[in-house]
Write a protein that binds this ligand. Structure first.
Ligand code: EPU
Length: 415
């Protein structure tokens, strides 16, 4: 078990580059299985969730070449065998192998995925789409066997605009017979990235980024190249860090349209942010005002930034509110913030944060990926030293986080 030891109070300044988006890359890599030729994906972040997906590809027999930040994947000789539980549970995104293997071979055998413990996170909508497309789903003790004689396009309404269910439905439909229409599709930028990749391969998909996506099934998908979009959650995490303890921090390689909700909320609190074409510049922020945050699907305030921003809210003068509408258990970080000195009351899915309070370094634990990000931000401003245990969760989703914060002047060691 690795730990971060962070000495608080050092002002952050300088420039860092934002990496490729975890939640895009973890869908683009399984998407390569659908391709009948070789694909190349660049701007892949160096995080452990990617290593877990490569392990699944290699287990299935794909040829995978890693070169700097790019992956070349050839899935021509894949064996469609059961993905064992010990690999599927390493990450949430292993569920994308359900959609791609079903879409390509009309059959898939695998186990329930893993991922952060932030709520019950069922996959009923994914399975419902597969069934609506004509598949039979058998489940016993988290083991799924899904198969179809032929997948046939139809209209599917998603009860929740789920990112995972939208992408998995697209994967299953891309080679199905006829047209599939997804109503109430998720609109997150990661979906647009995945659809662009599939269309580059020859898929016929329209409407990505809107709530209605249309997919006309094709028989063959050819060689292509794509790039992972910048990680809006990573960028958002550093924006919040800069807002808390930064002086002229420049974040490069961002798509500002993906972060509007966060930037507007930070500006409402009094943070000074200049938005360039593909960069942000954050200057010193003083006299921060309290704000209300309600997590929503895109383009609303991202649930993945809700935990990181909680540390920031402890530094705003007055009472802020966070309402988490997506996950039932995404406040585990707040217990540690309270122990560090924050004044926080939690009622159901609402957290009331009263500031400004001084935070004091202590030993804390990253219970999940974004909780870990929240604690790093708290540690950067805390008095004294904070030890964060279980940083494996953080390394699943933030590329070189220690090195990037060190470039900005933070004092971090790893033990
Ligand atoms: N849901 C269902 N049934 C389903 C699918 C989802 O009830 O079949 C519910 C979930 O329980 C949750 C809500 O719908 O309450 C949203 O879930 P969604 O499917 O959108 O989430 P996801 O696809 O599992 C992705 C990201 C998450 C991010 C969410 C929302 C990946 C691998 N994960 O999850 O990322 O929070 O979308 O934007 O893409 C993270 O990066 O820290 C993270 C958790």
């Amino acid at each position: 078990m690795e730990k971060f030891i962070i000495e608080g109070g050092h002002t952050l300044t300088g420039t860092i580059n934002i990496s490729g988006a975890k939640n895009s890359a973890v869908a683009l890599i399984p998407a390569a299985v659908l391709c009948d030729e070789e694909v190349k994906i660049s701007n892949i972040p160096n995080i452990s969730d990617i290593d877990a997906l490569i392990e699944i590809l290699i287990y299935l027999g794909a040829e995978v070449k890693k070169e700097k930040d790019s992956l070349t994947i050839n899935s021509r000789n894949i064996k469609n065998k059961e993905i064992p539980e010990n690999i599927s549970k390493k990450l949430r995104a292993s569920y994308y192998f359900m959609g791609v293997l079903l879409g390509k071979y009309s059959k898939v055998d695998m186990f329930f995925p893993g991922g952060c413990n932030i709520g019950s996170r069922p996959i009923n909508l994914h399975l419902n789409s597969f069934k609506t497309l004509g598949a039979q789903v058998n489940e016993k003790n988290n083991q799924y066997s899904i198969s179809a004689d032929q997948l046939i396009g139809t209209t599917i309404y998603l009860d929740i605009a789920s990112v995972g269910a939208t992408i998995n439905t697209i994967f299953a439909a891309v080679k199905a017979k006829g047209m599939t229409i997804i109503e109430n599709a998720a609109k997150e930028p990661e979906i647009v990235n995945v659809v662009t990749f599939l269309n580059n391969m020859g898929a016929k998909i329209t409407g990505a980024g809107t709530s209605e996506i249309r997919i006309v099934g094709v028989d063959y998908l050819h060689k292509c190249y794509t790039e992972v979009i910048p990680d809006r959650i990573e960028a958002g995490t550093y924006l919040i860090a800069a807002a808390m303890i930064g002086k002229n921090v420049r974040l490069q390689n961002v798509i500002p349209e993906h972060l509007e909700a966060l930037v507007l909320k930070l500006k409402e609190a009094g943070v000074k942010i200049f938005t360039g074409e593909d960069y942000y510049l954050v200057s010193t922020s003083e006299n921060l005002k309290p704000i209300n945050i309600k997590t929503m699907v895109f383009p609303g305030f991202a649930t993945d930034l809700q935990q990181p921003i909680s540390s920031f809210l402890t530094q705003c003068e007055g009472k802020s509110l966070i309402e988490e509408t997506i996950y039932e258990n995404r406040f585990q970080n707040l217990e540690y913030l309270k122990q560090m000195g924050a004044d926080i009351k939690i009622k159901d899915r609402k957290a009331y944060i009263k500031g400004k309070t001084e935070l004091v370094g202590m030993e804390v634990e990253a219970t999940d990926l974004r909780a870990g990000a929240c604690l790093i931000l708290a540690a950067l401003i805390a008095k004294g030293t904070t030890t964060i245990k279980n940083i494996e969760h953080i390394l699943r989703g933030y590329e070189n986080i220690k090195e990037k914060l060190e470039i900005l002047g933070a004092k971090i060691t790893i033990e």
